[in-house]
Design a protein around this ligand. Structure first.
Ligand SMILES: [Zn+2]
Length: 439
């Protein structure tokens, strides 16, 4: 017979938990402090009010249980495993909402009319999938789920739900696509465990943060500063200044009003992500170029280069303001010419190129950051069998097309919509070691 523990024993703090402190592994914390610390670890996990009720309940349960890890260390492992199943449950609940009563399957072979099924619960969805698969003989009909104007394979399981959420535009971002893929495997490992393992409170807290981001994104709410589904970032009016000695500075445009007496500087006004005090700053700001996407976040050229007094006059006259910008799933165009691959460009800037600048092979790539688009195309040439020439790649990029400038412009336009060609003045900072080749 198993050992029966008293309530007192059940309420005894687990010493394994107590060594996890805000400063890493340390000497045991008092249980009081440990309980507080655990709850603070996940205090930032908040679901959007739009999230459906069952998913909210499941998430609240995990949050509640997490704190009990102070009494039983193994709770962290159980919560961590369960989080992956809640992720699937959230997908199911969101799927039923998305269906709004009916689900449509079409025969990819085109031999049968579309099948429209009534669905009100996820069991209805699974039943519909089963019914249709019974109507299938050999390869025909080949039933696929209709998502917008696209047909996808869908058997109701986790991977199919994830494909649906991506196709429906509910999940986004190229970097996170790879993470979701890894989660699919993790979810299967949870459903069919092979060994005994233990998860730390820190790792489990991160899982809960990721899960909150995932759920919020499914219901259309990206996370400010998020790791997986970040919300648009704020941009400010920013001044860059550099001189011939290789000094380069960046500051909020207001700083222009203070005359530092510095001589020999030229000034450039841009709209850029620059909140160093808030921990958010473009990692590659000093590589700014008006024609190429050489910075981490989208940066807009406003004025310059010129003198400090002219910059101030322009600011006073124009009164430009900051904005917010979405940097996930951007479309970049890259030119390859004479054995040289050039930095990514925005579609509207590539559209404004002169005919002699358009020669060579072009690629259009969807990525969150320009360096990902660049690395993908470079690898496409050096390890062609590893990287995808069409669609989702194994790297954080989605290949849209390759061809002439005109061909690639056409695919880009199909994705981003009609654009007005732009030809900003060619201005770049002297710091170009990151992207040495331009045209
Ligand atoms: Zn790739």
């Amino acid at each position: 017979m198993a050992e029966i523990r008293s309530l007192d024993e059940l309420q005894t703090p687990d010493s394994t938990t107590l060594v996890f402190t805000p400063h890493g592994l340390g000497s045991k914390m008092p249980a009081e402090k440990s309980a507080e610390y655990l709850q603070l670890l996940i205090a930032g996990c908040v679901l959007d009010p739009d999230v459906a009720q069952n998913t909210r309940r499941e998430f609240a349960r995990l949050q509640r249980l997490f704190a009990y890890g102070v009494l039983e260390y193994d709770i962290f492992t159980v919560v961590d495993d369960r989080a992956l199943l809640v992720m699937e449950q959230a997908l199911r609940e969101r799927f039923v909402q998305w269906c709004a009563g009916t689900i449509t399957f079409e025969d990819a072979n085109g031999s049968e009319p579309a099948a429209v099924e009534d669905v009100h619960t996820y069991d209805d969805v699974l039943a519909a999938v089963k019914r249709l698969s019974r109507r299938r003989r050999r390869a025909s009909p080949r039933w696929q789920l209709k998502v917008g104007s696209t047909l996808i394979d869908f058997n109701g399981m986790f991977a199919g739900l994830r494909t649906w959420a991506r196709e429906a535009g509910l999940l986004r971002g190229q970097r996170t696509r790879g993470i979701e893929h890894a989660l699919t495997h993790l979810r299967n490992a949870v459903a069919h465990p092979v060994g005994y393992q233990r998860t730390t409170p820190v790792a489990t807290a991160r899982t809960l943060h990721d899960l909150a981001e995932f759920i919020n994104q499914l219901w259309g709410c990206p996370t400010p500063g998020g790791r997986l589904y970040p919300a648009p970032v704020e941009r400010d009016i920013v001044v860059m200044a550099w001189n011939d000695e290789g000094n380069i500075h960046m500051a909020q445009a207001d700083a222009l009003r203070d005359d530092t007496g510095a001589e020999g500087f030229v000034y450039l006004l841009i709209r850029s992500v620059f909140r160093p005090e808030g921990g958010l700053q473009d990692a590659h700001w000093a590589a700014f170029d008006t024609r190429f996407e050489t910075t981490q976040f989208p940066t807009d050229y406003l004025w310059g280069p010129g003198s400090r007094s002219d910059a101030l006059a322009w600011l006073k006259e124009q009164q430009p303001t900051g904005d917010t910008v979405d940097y996930i799933d951007r479309v970049f165009l890259l030119r390859e010419h004479d054995g040289q691959l050039y930095p990514p460009m925005r579609p509207d800037v590539a559209a404004g190129l002169l005919p002699e600048e358009q020669s060579g092979t072009w690629h259009s790539v969807r990525a969150d950051f320009p360096e990902h688009a660049f690395a993908h195309v470079r690898e496409l040439n050096s390890t062609p069998r590893t990287h995808a020439r069409t669609g989702d790649c194994i790297c954080p990029a989605h290949h849209l097309s390759s061809g002439t400038h005109e061909e690639v412009m056409r695919t880009a336009e199909a994705v981003v919509g009609t654009m007005t060609p732009r030809r900003p003045p060619a201005v770049q900072t002297p710091d170009t070691f990151l992207w040495p080749h331009r045209f």
